[in-house]
Design a protein around this ligand. Structure first.
Ligand code: FAD
Length: 396
């Protein structure tokens, strides 16, 4: 089994099986040896760690969510835990994996026919093919369910088979600059329902332009996508997607993992701040000896501990088939709000060095902003909980 993280104050990790803990140990060793040392440089250069894809696949980082493709029987709690471990070392890498495995593979797993799953999932699990997930548009982020403008029009191809013509634009789509398959969500012009399409890239009429000058999660490549009469055969339409409610199923699964990712961001910042506080001497004593610094560390660890408890339960509910949209939404909103407090306190502990990449906190501080916003902003997830409490949707 892996050693307990110091930030795992209540020893939650011990609730994983011995096999899961052994896998956590392997994954943590890989992250600390091969991802951590390059994370700041890749962040600065705004590049994804693509060279590590084969190693990530070998460690089962893409396949853990998929019975039939994973390396051993594992719980949803384990999947959450590895999202924490990855984000603890590099939130950008966690997001790259979250998009490929969480969003794209889950879209195919939830929405694909048996044939589509068999075609894509094994190769995506092995990292031979990389996926992206195109939902957000320039004009629609929080309101994609009602506002999505990208269109899909069905027609008969020259050979007599059915095909779809996609038109529209997407924004912020992670991995889309190099992905082999981009799941595009578009509105059927005939029945107005949102449907999912597997766009194999490169495709005529499909362009993905990297978004430059990002100041958060710089190690994830996000793209603006334009779709101009992109043709997708009917066999590449996700056959089990009936409308936006099926997209919500995918988001329910991935939001819980983003909550775990938020804990990892907080842990990464906390560990760096604690180490710094013990070393840094002011007024003749380590700053860790001052009450105000200890309060920040104590509050950070309390936020982390409460967040792990919440996520352990929300993932256990997933294992039990009891997880609902509002359960994931509460975890995502609560944990990322606590994470945002933690990275701010930890940044503060480092004083001026807290804003510079070399001292271990600045990257988490900046990355927290995107984690707080994507997969449903704090506000939207709060309103999903509000709807569950009151029975009244306050957002449409
Ligand atoms: P908006 O929806 O315009 O929201 C702006 C503000 O208004 C927010 O504070 C929001 O909470 C608030 N607001 C909106 N409506 C209401 C309301 N009714 N009541 C109260 N407040 C409201 N998308 C993808 O499809 N695929 C990806 O791979 C992907 N990766 C991403 C990676 C990064 C780094 C980022 C930053 C984003 C990514 N996204 C992706 C998009 C992300 O999901 C959206 O940014 C997010 O859903 C918010 O949408 P928006 O940015 O358009 O903000």
């Amino acid at each position: 089994p892996a050693d307990l993280l110091d930030a795992d104050f209540y020893a939650f990790q011990q609730q994983l099986t011995a096999e899961e803990q052994a896998a956590v140990a392997r994954i943590r060793a890989f992250l600390e040896a091969e991802v951590g040392p390059h994370a700041d440089d890749l962040w600065e250069q705004a590049k994804s760690p693509r060279h590590l894809i084969p190693r990530m696949a070998e460690l089962g980082l893409f396949s853990a969510g998929f019975p039939g493709y994973r390396q051993f029987e594992n719980s949803c709690v384990y999947r959450g835990w590895i999202a924490l471990e990855i984000a603890r070392v590099d939130p950008s890498t966690a997001t790259f994996i979250g998009v490929h495995s969480g969003l794209a593979m889950n879209a195919i797993h939830v929405g694909g026919s048996d044939e589509q799953q068999a075609e894509w999932l094994p190769r995506m699990a092995r990292g031979e093919l990389i996926g992206a997930f195109g939902l957000t548009e320039p004009g629609h982020g929080s309101d994609t369910a009602r506002g999505l403008e990208t269109t899909a029009t069905r027609r008969t191809a020259a050979d007599g088979t059915d095909e779809w013509v996609l038109n529209g634009s997407k924004r912020w789509i992670g991995n889309a600059t190099f992905a082999d398959v981009v799941v595009i969500w578009a509105r059927d012009t005939a029945d107005d329902q949102v449907k999912g399409f597997l766009v194999r890239t490169p495709a005529v009429g499909f362009t993905a332009t990297k978004i430059e000058r990002k100041q958060s999660l710089r190690g994830v490549e996000n793209a603006d996508i334009v779709l101009e009469d992109v043709i997708v055969p009917e066999r590449d339409r996700l056959q089990r997607i009936g409308g936006f409610r099926d997209v919500a199923v995918v988001l329910r699964l991935t939001r819980a993992e983003v909550a775990w990712q938020g804990i990892g961001v907080a842990v990464g910042a906390y560990e760096a701040a604690l180490a710094y506080a013990k070393e840094r001497v002011q007024f003749g004593k380590p700053i860790a000896s001052y009450q105000l610094v200890q309060e920040k560390l104590s509050n950070s660890l309390s936020n982390i501990t409460a967040s792990i408890a919440l996520c352990m339960r929300v993932s256990a509910m997933q294992d039990e088939g009891e997880q609902r949209d509002h359960h994931s939404a509460m975890a995502k909103a609560f944990v990322t709000a606590r994470m945002r407090e933690v990275v701010a306190w930890c940044r503060e502990i480092l004083g001026g060095n807290g804003i510079q990449l070399d001292h271990g906190v600045a990257r988490y501080f900046a990355d927290a902003e995107a984690v707080y916003t994507f997969e449903g902003t704090f506000d939207m997830n709060t309103l999903i909980v509000g709807r569950a409490i009151t029975g009244i949707a306050a957002f449409h």
